[in-house]
Ligand binder design. Structure first.
Ligand code: PLP
Length: 367
């Protein structure tokens, strides 16, 4: 039996007809850039999140870059980023000519509030909070720090569509929220896609201009902009998938609970800690174990495919040329990167398959 880490074919099976009809409709009406599906998706995602404004863009990295630009920070302003995330979170800061500062993560694998308190300086202007693996970060404490130091907050929600804190959707706590619709995300399209959400009209209007060559109308280029669009075909696909999202998250939650129930009493395994009063979107099922590499090879030999998110912490990325290592060398994120393994989760796996994975893991640990 081969159990893949990800298999989108199975996710698509029940909605394939609707998706093909939607693509056909947009081809027949030549609605490719802009169009009804884009307008409707932005409206529907706004309603889903309970947020005032939503702007479709080309991908989650653009979403971050445009969001930072809209904050209107001075050149070389310092922006804090958690030391464990996908590269885009840090890349977006340097692509905006801002100064990057890494803060460690704690056992939630999200930004560590204690380290954050130590690292905030007079130069800090903004924090990008990542809700990694779909688990909400500690927004309560982050919002206290925002107020105290007058900081801007961007929420990177690329892995956390539908996640909640106290029944309020993440992306609506800070100044601006960003999403990726990369195909493997809980809400993914069939190519690249992303969006930016905010309750602030000024930011929305500015971001709309930035993403559209600096203006809102054709041949109007009022500010320095770029081209970053969510196309109408992708928006049509996302509209169909958005209707399934809560059901998919519920199923992932069930799968995650089975992993927890079966594996949490194994001494050599640690689970990622979740904050109270939060609902994870369970995008990734990450555990830690000192025997990560051996476990991974054993599972592969048994037809079970896993991932690592991520194999090294961001300060270790070659692009930063060791610039951050002096203050990051003892970080949890570096230790965790050698121990984390992402187990398969998602609609492509039935419950007996999840139990089979647990059985194999237990066997590996003689548990
Ligand atoms: C946390 C995080 N931020 C940003 C991104 C970037 O999204 P995209 O690949 O759509 O540019 C990703 C994508 O994997 C991500 O996981």
């Amino acid at each position: 039996m081969i159990l893949k880490f990800l298999d989108l074919n199975k996710q698509t099976k029940n909605i394939k007809k609707k998706i093909i009809n939607s693509i056909k409709k947009n081809i027949d009406s030549s609605s490719f850039i802009g169009g009804k599906d884009l307008d409707k998706f932005e409206e529907e995602f706004k309603i889903y999140l309970k947020v005032n404004f939503c702007l479709g863009v080309a991908n989650g990295t653009d979403a971050l870059e445009i969001a930072i630009k809209a904050l209107g920070l001075k050149k070389k302003s310092e922006i804090i980023v958690p030391s464990n995330s996908w590269i885009s979170t840090a890349e977006a800061v340097i692509n905006n000519n801002c100064k990057l500062k890494f803060v460690d993560v704690d056992d939630t694998h999200n930004i560590c509030i204690n380290d954050l308190k130590k690292k905030i300086s007079k130069k800090t202007e903004a924090i990008i909070v990542v809700h990694l693996y779909g688990n909400p970060a500690n927004m309560k404490e982050i919002l206290k720090l925002k107020k105290k130091y007058n900081l801007k907050i961007i929420e990177d929600c690329a892995q956390a569509h539908g996640a909640e804190i106290n029944m309020k959707k993440i992306s609506t706590f800070g100044d601006i929220g960003t999403f990726s619709f990369f195909p493997s995300k809980n809400l993914g399209c069939y190519g690249d896609g992303g969006c930016i959400v905010t309750n602030n009209k000024k930011y929305y209007n500015l971001m709309k201009k930035i993403a559209n060559h600096g203006g809102l109308k054709k041949n109007s280029h009022l500010i320095q902009g770029r081209n970053s669009r969510l196309d109408n075909i992708q928006a049509g696909i996302l509209r169909i998938k958005l209707k399934e999202l809560d059901k998919w998250i519920k199923y992932r939650k069930y799968q995650a609970q089975i992993y927890y129930d079966c594996l949490s009493n194994i001494d050599q395994i640690s689970f990622v800690k979740k904050m109270k009063n939060t609902e994870s979107s369970n995008h990734l099922m990450v555990i830690r174990t000192p025997s990560r590499d051996k476990l991974r090879s054993y599972l592969k030999r048994n037809g079970i495919y896993t991932g690592i998110h991520y194999p090294y912490a961001l300060p270790q990325a070659k692009v930063f040329k060791n610039k951050h290592l002096s203050y990051c060398k003892n970080m949890n994120s570096i230790k965790f990167s050698k121990q984390i393994i992402s187990l398969p989760i998602g609609e492509h796996l039935n419950i007996s398959q999840i139990k089979h994975i647990c059985y194999k893991i237990k066997k590996f640990f003689n548990a």
